[in-house]
Design a protein around this ligand. Structure first.
Ligand SMILES: *Cc1c(COP(=O)(O)O)cnc(C)c1O
Ligand SMILES: [Zn+2]
Length: 467
């Protein structure tokens, strides 16, 4: 695939400035808005039907055909095959889950869970990182940086370690990272900077540093990362025999995923590869609900690209004035200034989307319910199921519609929160969870202490015969 078919373009239609594919930009130099990666589709050998991609299942020994991102490479054609950095990402699973459907109030056959925790670093971030590392190789970068609530740093650290291409420096908010994720950055050998502050602080600093030091930025302001994340939608469609579901439901943090999903469907629709676009639901935690507040309470819309910047600016000024910080146990979405806000608004428009917010208690109950009947996930991921439950109860999602929830990260990422949930005192939760407004753990499953004695062990099993 020749390089001249891809270029970067400002998302704001009345600017629409374009830049070469090998330029390294964090925003449009003309107007400051985000950039997209765009293609001259006429020159791309896009298959005439999505089912044509299935032929690559037979050639999985080739790394590009094995990758759950690059076997769809004609849909993100910005790199030459020899530029591509892949470590086997995207071997994920779509699973129908009847008990979770019942929990959410859906018909039993109609709810699917898309397990992105099965990626090499244990979160969906690898879909994007393979694309961003590919671009970093194309531009000859030597060092990569990111700010992270945990999973981006785990993914950057892993891709840096496996590819040996770039040295990684990761910025994390002090005390703001789940243990399983910190473990990954340290073990993969990334230079790890613990900033006094939260994600929003770390993000601001990494932007400053990467601009001044010429370090390649791996956060989702990087439009190449989002190109890789489109593949999550391609695999969902593939698992459903290319028949689009009615809804895609995803937790919203920095809003890169939701943005990528919108772009994926915009392009598939333009290319005539899907006949229908699913609706999108983006789910915030009540403790980090910028998107929800702006869309539902202040009527912020993409509006064909004529969005009202003033609404965003005045909201952020209010946050500053009262010193409000994001606060949720779902640490992967503990973000008050989502960098992809405007792209997400566009995705909401393209996919006729909705946004909603759920409490940390709803998130943790949904998480326990998911793990008790299917493959577990981390707290942020379960916001998707908690969101479906809420949207079904409100009548926004019909109980007989087909819904796909994106489970964004692995169960073992955040053992602290899970242990606190299951072992808190009685049905009440311990102090750690109470500080986040969680009052009760409805699906608590604490270990039962038993003496090392055969009789006592038999008794304990008999006493819990219904468990
Ligand atoms: C990064 C992340 C999110 C948030 O995704 P965005 O694209 O930033 O909205 C949600 N869940 C998990 C597990 C994550 O790692
Ligand atoms: Zn611009």
């Amino acid at each position: 695939m020749p390089r001249d078919i891809a270029f970067q373009k400002c998302i704001k239609p009345d600017c629409a400035a374009t830049f070469g594919v090998t330029e390294v930009l964090e925003a449009c130099p003309r107007c400051g808005n985000l950039l997209d990666v765009c293609y001259d589709w006429e020159k791309v050998p896009v298959p005439s039907s999505l089912a044509d991609f299935e032929k690559r299942w037979a050639t999985r020994r080739s790394p590009l055909d094995f990758s759950g991102v690059w076997r769809f490479r004609e849909l993100l054609p910005f790199a030459l095959p020899e530029d591509i950095v892949t470590i086997g990402e995207g071997q994920t699973l779509l699973r129908k889950c009847e008990p979770v459907a019942a929990y959410a109030g859906m018909k039993q056959d109609n709810l699917y869970l898309q397990y992105e925790g099965l990626n090499p670093s244990g979160s969906f971030k690898d879909n994007g990182m393979t694309a961003a590392f590919t671009h970093a190789r194309m531009v000859g970068a030597a060092r990569a940086a990111c700010a992270s609530t945990g999973n981006t740093s785990a993914s950057v650290a892993l891709y840096a370690a496996c590819s040996g291409l770039l040295r990684a420096v990761v910025f994390i908010g002090k005390g703001k990272i789940a243990l399983g994720k910190l473990v990954q950055a340290l073990d993969s050998g990334a230079l790890t900077l613990e900033i006094e502050g939260d994600f929003d602080d770390a993000m601001k600093r990494v932007m400053e540093v990467s601009g001044e030091e010429g370090i390649y930025l791996m956060n989702s302001v990087n439009p190449f990362r989002l190109e890789g994340q489109k593949a999550i939608m391609y695999r969902v469609l593939e698992a459903l025999a290319w028949k689009p579901p009615d809804w895609i439901v995803v937790p919203g943090g920095n809003l890169g995923n939701s943005s990528a999903f919108g772009k994926a469907f915009m392009e598939l629709s333009e290319l005539g590869l899907v006949s229908r676009i699913p609706r999108l639901a983006v789910v915030n935690s009540t403790g980090a609900n910028t998107l929800c507040t702006l869309v539902n309470n202040r009527d912020l819309r993409w509006n064909g690209g004529s969005f009202d910047d003033g609404v965003i600016d005045s909201y952020y000024a209010e946050l500053d004035q009262v010193g409000k910080r994001a606060k949720t146990l779902a640490s992967a979405i503990e973000i008050n200034r989502p960098v992809n806000l405007k792209k997400c608004l566009r995705a909401v428009e393209i996919m006729d989307g909705v946004v909603c917010e759920v409490t940390d208690e709803e998130i943790l109950d949904a998480k326990a319910k998911i793990a008790a009947s299917s493959i577990g996930c981390e707290p942020a991921s379960a916001a998707s199921v908690a969101g479906v439950k809420k949207l079904v109860a409100e009548g926004t999602i019909g109980r007989d519609e087909r819904v796909v929830c994106i489970l964004t990260g692995h169960q073992l990422k955040d053992p602290d929160v899970t242990i606190a949930y299951h072992t808190g005192p009685g049905q009440d939760v311990g102090d750690k969870l109470a500080a986040y407004g969680v009052r009760q753990a409805s699906f608590r499953n604490a270990p039962i202490p038993v003496p090392n004695d055969l009789g006592a062990i038999k008794e304990a099993i008999a006493a819990n015969s219904n468990h």
